[in-house]
Design a binder for this molecule. Structure first.
Ligand SMILES: [Zn+2]
Length: 151
């Protein structure tokens, strides 16, 4: 819940100046004169400089939304800090032994790990988030049980 609330707040913070910029466009370009009593023709798609300005504004909106989603993707799902320490795992030359190459990011406070494929052939895939338990010793003991080495 906190994760999505942060994303919504970030999008709202980006939308406010973009809305102001859109309002500034309406101030810069004077409105067209009224043709009838209350009918005022639209400037969009009839006035080329205004239409180009709206196109640039739209591209800014798309870029801002992309940056918000990109930033949110690499944040911890629990504490919202940026994920750090990218580690490359796997190998293309030894794919059957080690698996496909992936990049793993970890929360600096140990809340979880994000595993993302290094090469995304079939389109953008959703990275896999693995939450860690609060008990550090449980994970360390589980790792030693897999290898058969007792601590
Ligand atoms: Zn965290």
């Amino acid at each position: 819940m906190k994760f999505w609330a942060y994303f919504a707040a970030k999008v709202a913070a980006l939308a406010a100046p973009l809305f102001g910029l859109r309002s500034l466009l309406d101030v810069i370009w004077p409105p067209l004169p009224r043709m009838f009593e209350n009918y005022r023709p639209s400037r969009f798609a009839y006035d080329l400089p205004y239409t180009l300005a709206v196109l640039i504004w739209f591209l800014l909106c798309c870029g801002a939304l992309y940056l918000a989603v990109w930033d949110q993707r690499y944040r911890c799902r629990v504490c919202l800090r940026r994920l750090r320490m990218p580690v490359e795992t796997g190998s293309w030359s030894r794919m059957l032994q080690f698996g496909r190459p992936r990049i793993e990011y970890i929360c600096p406070y140990g809340h979880g790990t994000l595993k993302e494929d290094e090469l995304q052939i079939s389109g953008r895939e959703t990275p896999q988030w693995n939450a860690h338990s609060d008990d550090l010793w449980e994970e360390l003991c589980a790792a030693s049980k897999e290898t058969g080495i007792e601590p």
